[in-house]
Ligand binder design. Structure first.
Ligand code: 5GP
Ligand code: ZN
Length: 115
């Protein structure tokens, strides 16, 4: 499985650095964000390294991420809904260059997408 030895999310997703794991399977890991922006803020990441959503990510990995998001929503009880954000590139505010989905919930959010 391709990983970047200098990537913090590769290390977190593959258990090299301990973290608060919410859900895990062979392809993805979901762990608590270190700086939560909502009552529930979990990151869903592939165990393999991709820089972002448009870095040639295979369909089966994207499908596994979708399953990971659904599992996080179930485990965290987000039955009223949640927001999924994928910052893609520097202008979008991506600071960790390993593909990740933010799952944000546990509060009512505004209809606008950019606060
Ligand atoms: P981005 O801005 O790249 O979309 O989001 C990166 C996210 O990763 C941020 O919300 C930040 O709080 C989180 N983060 C950065 N470093 C770590 C870390 O070492 N552990 C965890 N759990 N989250 C991190
Ligand atoms: Zn990585």
């Amino acid at each position: 499985m391709a990983q970047d030895p200098d990537c913090i999310f590769c290390k977190l997703a593959n258990g090299e650095i301990p973290t608060s794991m919410v859900y895990e399977d062979d392809t993805v890991a979901a762990f608590e964000d270190a700086n939560p922006q909502a009552p529930v803020h979990v990151l869903v990441v592939p165990k393999e390294h991709y820089a972002n959503f448009v870095d040639g990510v295979p369909g089966d990995v994207l499908q596994a991420m979708e399953h990971g998001v659904a599992e996080v929503a179930r485990i965290k009880g987000l039955d009223r809904g949640f927001r999924v954000i994928m910052n893609t590139g520097a202008a979008a505010g991506q600071t960790v260059m390993h593909l990740h989905m933010h799952v944000l919930g546990g509060m009512d959010m505004s209809e606008g997408m950019i606060p």
